[in-house]
Design a protein around this ligand. Structure first.
Ligand code: NAD
Length: 355
């Protein structure tokens, strides 16, 4: 039986990374029928939208997608396709495992974190009011002098439903993957209602896992410091959307950078696998960037499909190529201008040879 998977190449360096990932997955022997769909600025002209309905239909049908990064132009009013996909498909959990593989340049030795980021609300809800609009003026008036009249305003909704869902996801993940501890992270000393609600609901959920998984809380600023001082003390972290976004990049930095950090956006009816990194447009078409992050997304996808043996083989082959350190991209060399660095294609070839 072959699996049907929606494949979104994305833009910038996305298409070359997607080709690399498709090649290694095919080399594992797992039969996959790829249903390729385009999304992003490049389809805007023909389709009138950067996220055509056909893309969403395909993911809903197949329930699994592998996606390259998509550029979000700044300040144009065009909504992020990445955010829209998560909201349209109800992909409420963003899973970002950050493991340090031997051979990756990093000042740390022992990092194996899993970041669980809420994906649908918080300051990412897209409820914003621009400077000089009646809505911004109305909200500024409600602020009773706390909001300057020349403000643009973003609304930060944090719901009981969204928090319960994401914290439960983090605990269930911990149980299934034999993880010991979940740390909830927010700034409840300052945002007493929104982040306060996040901690309160997290505590209620944690009570249901007592004796199985440990629970603790950290303030976001202190968490950032602790992660760069003693990351080995942490296991699974659960955070609201914006903090989760920032801490994911921080944790990616601990394990060697964006080039090696995979991710998955998970809902009850679909999962979209995508790297943490963006489209790195300055490297587009240069056969330069590291395919590891998206390849590790492929590992997560194979596990999700139940192909655990293929997933393990692909992860081991990737780890072996990194540990050897010869056939790796510039970001995995001791210095970024190392002339022995290879390109995306060559590193992919080395992983396939290992398989
Ligand atoms: P970026 O992640 O694209 O790149 C930042 C830098 O990180 C790059 O210049 C490069 O030095 C490094 N990098 C990224 N990926 C790498 C890889 N695979 N190998 C080696 N080095 C790598 O971040 P950005 O420049 O802030 O964003 C570019 C565009 O991507 C923006 O439009 C942004 O909105 C979008 N974006 C998309 C997604 C997504 O599709 N999920 C995620 C983040 C950013």
């Amino acid at each position: 039986m072959s699996y049907r998977v929606t494949l979104i190449p994305g833009d910038g360096t996305g298409p070359e990374l997607v080709v690399a990932t498709r090649r290694v997955i095919e080399a594992t022997g797992v039969p996959i029928e790829w249903e390729e769909h385009q999304a992003g600025l490049e389809v805007m002209e023909q389709a009138g939208t950067p996220l055509p309905a056909s893309v969403l239909d395909s993911i809903r049908r197949n329930r699994v997608a592998l996606k390259g990064p998509i550029t979000t132009p700044i300040g144009t009013g065009i909504r992020s396709v990445n955010v829209a996909l998560r909201q349209e498909l109800g992909l409420y959990a963003c899973l970002r495992p950050c493991r340090l593989y031997p051979g990756v340049p990093s000042p740390f030795k022992n990092v194996d974190l899993v970041i669980v980021r809420e994906n649908t609300e918080d300051l990412y809800a897209g409820v914003e009011f621009d400077l000089d609009t009646p809505e911004a003026a109305q909200i500024a008036a409600m602020g009773k002098g706390k909001i300057r009249p020349d403000s643009a305003i973003s609304i930060k909704p944090i719901s009981v439903t969204g928090t319960r869902q994401i914290v439960k996801f983090a605990f269930d993940y911990a149980v299934q993957h034999r993880r010991c501890k979940v740390t909830a992270v927010a700034k409840a000393n300052i945002m007493k209602f929104t982040d306060g609600l996040f901690f309160r609901v997290a505590r209620e959920v944690a009570a249901g896992y007592e004796g199985k998984v440990e629970y603790e809380e950290r303030l976001i600023d202190n968490m950032c410091m602790q992660l760069v001082q003693k990351p080995e003390l942490y296991d699974v972290l659960v955070l609201p959307n914006l903090y989760g976004d920032i801490v994911s990049d921080l944790a990616a930095g601990l394990v060697g950078g964006l080039g090696v950090a995979p991710g998955a956006n998970i809902g009850d009816s679909a999962v979209v696998f995508e790297a943490i990194h963006g489209s790195a447009p300055k490297y587009k078409g240069l056969n330069k960037v590291n395919p590891t992050a998206l390849i590790l997304c492929g590992v997560l996808m194979l596990r999700h499909l139940g192909e655990t043996d293929a997933a393990q083989r692909l992860e081991s082959a990737t780890a072996a190529v990194i540990a050897e350190g010869a056939q790796v991209t510039y970001d995995l060399k001791p210095t970024r201008d190392d002339p022995t660095a290879v390109g995306t294609r060559e590193m992919t070839d080395a992983i396939i040879a290992r398989l």
